[in-house]
Design a protein around this ligand. Structure first.
Ligand code: AMP
Length: 511
């Protein structure tokens, strides 16, 4: 059993489409299979008249229960209902999301005949609970602690909400770590760097619906994220859609039948296309056969890898853009990158790998670990270190991450006063001084924002602090505002009147 003083500690990759759990045991990482024998578990939760289903069981019944089958909770977690991203994503979901208290998005489901509202972190907690149960069954022991991964670009509120989800699931969340950091740990790249050397690593993570690209430095066993870029709506689902569109056209051409308005037929096609796509990563052609697709007519098509690539070439090229952006943000050239790590199920696609290799001038990719498991693998290593369950090989690890978005406070006229710049290493603490703008001002409001715009109108509002009863003084009376980001990326802001000692602070919570 993998157990130190605090018992076994697991690593969980809580994904948008799939999740994966791993544990350090017998001096190595084990990826834990679920009750269906699968190494990853769909991040799906479904509600029926009689039960709640999580994982594969929830995914299997999606077609017949679309409005009560919840997925993509990771796209909602820690966000506001009015957030533009939420408003756009909502249009794509078959389930209902409404505005809750304080602009919090709430998912509406019918369960056992009753309408119930869930916050995204509650849905994520059900997925995490499932991952914990999978681990407990495998380890034959209760599991209380975990390291959970999040995208490097996650904001404070998204990290905090993910931590809350873990706690609702009954887990002590030892650390929230960035997914690319976990992937680099999985490859033990610090060992390649050696104790005094330095290594620059690009992590390319292409999943079912998202692409995340990150550039890391590893030096003396320390991982430092230099820059992140990506596309929150680009991944395997898009490639499946292109294949489905093509099949619909072929079926129309051959049989004069249009299934574009037939959800059952489209669902069947989607499943078949995804399976075909996965096989096309290893073979050059695949037959798709579907009996009675529409009005008793069967569908038959041979899909070649060449056709698949032609249909998706535009997407594959788009996948390379964040790689350039990331290097540009870090002010680095391709030639300085020592290792390119691939993660996410879609990074198995040969064309994607070829484009990456070409871009990095023929460099071999780090691909020996299953790409959909690399992040959970690294999280399990980190969990072992933090719980004291790792062996000597692991004991010198430390992790340095960066904040994904600049942080600041609003000045007069909505001007953003930057306090901590994007990509600064965490933990970090920085101060700025703010002044009253009027004579004899009795109170002062500090509004905290994250984002890159010079105007706070275009940045994300995180919270505010009001100091009252400030001494009568002419304008220009000073206050110190301190920003403190801990090793989990969680932000605390304090405002202090140094002359009276009055001090107030906020922790940026998901609510
Ligand atoms: P992830 O979000 O990392 O779990 O990745 C899920 C995505 O990877 C889905 O869109 C899958 O269809 C895709 N995927 C998994 N295996 C393969 C494969 N062998 N070839 C191409 N895509 C794959």
């Amino acid at each position: 059993m993998a157990g130190g003083e605090v018992g076994p500690a697991i690593g969980i990759d809580l994904g948008t489409t799939n999740s994966c759990v791993a544990v350090w045991q017998n001096d190595r990482v084990e990826i834990i299979v679920n009750d269906q024998g699968n190494r990853t578990t769909p991040s799906y939760v479904a509600f029926t008249d009689t039960e709640r289903l999580v994982g594969d069981a929830a995914l299997y019944q999606v077609l017949k229960n679309p409005t009560n089958s919840i997925f993509d909770a990771k796209r909602l977690i820690g966000r506001r209902f009015s957030d533009n991203i939420v408003q756009i994503d909502m249009r794509m979901w078959p389930f209902k999301v409404i505005e809750g208290v304080d602009d919090k998005p709430m998912i509406v489901v019918t369960h056992e005949g009753q309408e119930i509202l869930f916050a995204a972190e509650e849905i994520s907690s059900m997925v995490l609970e499932k991952m914990r149960e999978i681990a407990e069954k495998y380890l034959d022991s209760p599991v209380k602690s975990a390291v959970i991964t999040v995208p490097a670009y996650f904001s404070d509120s998204q990290r905090q909400a993910t931590r809350n989800a873990g706690e609702i699931a009954g887990l002590k969340v030892m650390r929230i770590i960035n997914e690319p950091t976990a992937a680099a740990i999985a490859y033990g790249l610090e060992q390649r760097a050696g104790w005094y050397g330095k290594r620059t690593v690009m992590v390319f993570d292409l999943g079912g619906g998202t692409l995340d690209v990150s550039l890391l430095n590893i030096c003396s066993g320390v991982f430092e994220t230099l820059a992140t870029a990506g596309d929150t709506h680009l991944g395997g689902g898009d490639f499946d859609n292109r294949m489905v569109q093509f099949c619909v056209e072929e079926f129309k051409k051959k049989h004069s039948l249009d299934v574009s308005g037939n959800p059952r037929a489209l669902g069947k096609l989607r499943n078949a296309c995804e399976k075909a796509k996965m096989r096309l990563s290893f073979v050059s052609s695949v037959d798709i056969e579907l009996d009675c697709l529409d009005q008793g007519t069967d569908f038959y098509l041979t899909f070649t890898r060449a056709k698949f690539e032609q249909l998706n070439m535009e997407f594959f090229n788009k996948c390379m853009e964040p790689v350039h952006k990331c290097l540009k943000d870090a002010n680095m050239d391709i030639s300085v990158v020592h290792d390119v790590v691939i993660a996410g199920g879609s990074s198995r696609i040969p064309k994607v790998k070829q484009l990456l290799r070409d871009l990095f001038k023929g460099k071999n990719l780090c691909e020996s670990i299953n790409p959909d498991e690399a992040i959970a693998y690294g999280a399990a290593v980190q969990a072992a270190i933090l719980s004291g369950n790792g062996n000597g090989k692991l004991q010198y690890f430390t992790l340095l991450d960066v904040i994904p978005m600049s942080l600041g406070v609003a000045r007069y006229n909505d001007v953003m006063q930057f306090v901590i710049q994007r990509n600064t290493n965490i933990p970090v603490r920085k101060n700025t001084t703010m002044y009253t703008r009027s004579d004899y001002q009795s109170k002062i409001l500090f509004e905290v924002f994250e984002g890159e715009s010079e105007s706070t109108l275009y940045n994300n509002f995180l919270g505010e602090i009001m100091l009252e009863d400030i001494p009568m003084a002419p304008k220009g009376y000073p206050f110190v505002v301190c920003f403190d980001v801990d090793e989990n990326g969680i932000l605390k802001v304090f405002a202090e009147d140094k002359s009276t000692g009055q001090k107030k602070g906020i922790t940026i919570m998901s609510e």
